[in-house]
Design a protein around this ligand. Sequence first.
Ligand code: SF4
Length: 376
Amino acid sequence: MGQAQPTSAYVHFPWCLAKCPYCDFASAAIRRAEVPHDAYADAVLAELSARDLSGRALVSVFFGGGTPSLWDPAALGRVLAAVRAAFGCTDPIEVTVECNPTSLDADKAARLREVGVNRLSIGVQSLDDARLRFLGRLHDAAGALRALDAVVPVMERVSADLMFGMPGQRAGDFAEELARVLATGVEHVSAYALTIEPDTQFGALHRKGRLALAPEDDFADTFERAREQLAAAGFSHYEVSNHARPGRESQHNLHYWRGGDYLGLGAGAVGALDGLRTKNDPRPERYLAAPAGAVVFEETLSPEDRVREALMLGLRTREGVALDAVRARTGLDPRAGRERAIARRIERGDLRVEGDAMRVPEARWLHLDAIVTDLF
Ligand code: SF4
């Protein structure tokens, strides 16, 4: 028998208590009392049982959304147990749940821990009440800090998401918010720039010229200053938007950035197994009605598509793209056909090839999009 293929599992929970104006994830607004906890768990189990997972080894599970912290931990735990069983996994692996401060307290964290969750990723986004209102979030700064303080002592690993690049937000403002988050003892921070997605309320406002973002200089200042502040606090900047204490990097995300296979389950979930990318129907009512036939989109990625994806994801990370691993996976040398662009970028200091790894030095990460585009 060959070696089992390392595979992670992503379970999408498609509801939130309200839709944020900047969000283009597959999520619909729902009242807390109306969440179909068990019906949704049953649907995910039905989808899971229709999947062939032979020859695969589970490396991580991630419950994302939407707001999976709205899901009753017992129902989520049933899904987690079934996913582990489907892979025959008895090893300790990273199991993350995305949470919003409005559906998280010490009791919820303890119940999640009891069913096998060992990592929480909390959507703090900001610790400024006016900015939280601008983002349409339902929590305030005090609520976010309360949730962090409550769960850090209870859960093995806790990550906080923060956003920057909002109008009027200067590097110093963000630094202050970041310092307060770090003081809670989190071991991982994701710092994302606010981006305007076309199919969102912010997208519509932006098109009408009624929504401005932070000027580019403020954005760059914030990115640099946050990096210095997190480095001084002992965090490693291991991906453009992600910082962790040593050894506390997200294994699930690293697997994804390395181009690993992942099983997608749930309404709107995306998966990629052996170069076949699938997307499930994002409408929760449709998914609930026919979970085993949820896949509405399938695409077989060509070897060149897979090389491009490996470059796009791998160059976002400190470790870079493992050239031999990409060649083994796709049958193509990722450098082939790009020799001139690579040489030009190396000369400018935008790219380094060291041994088997090709990577963008951290000091050039602000220019990542242009560098990657050049290699396409
Ligand atoms: S809570 Fe998260 S997933 Fe839900 S609408 Fe807001 S940004 Fe989107």
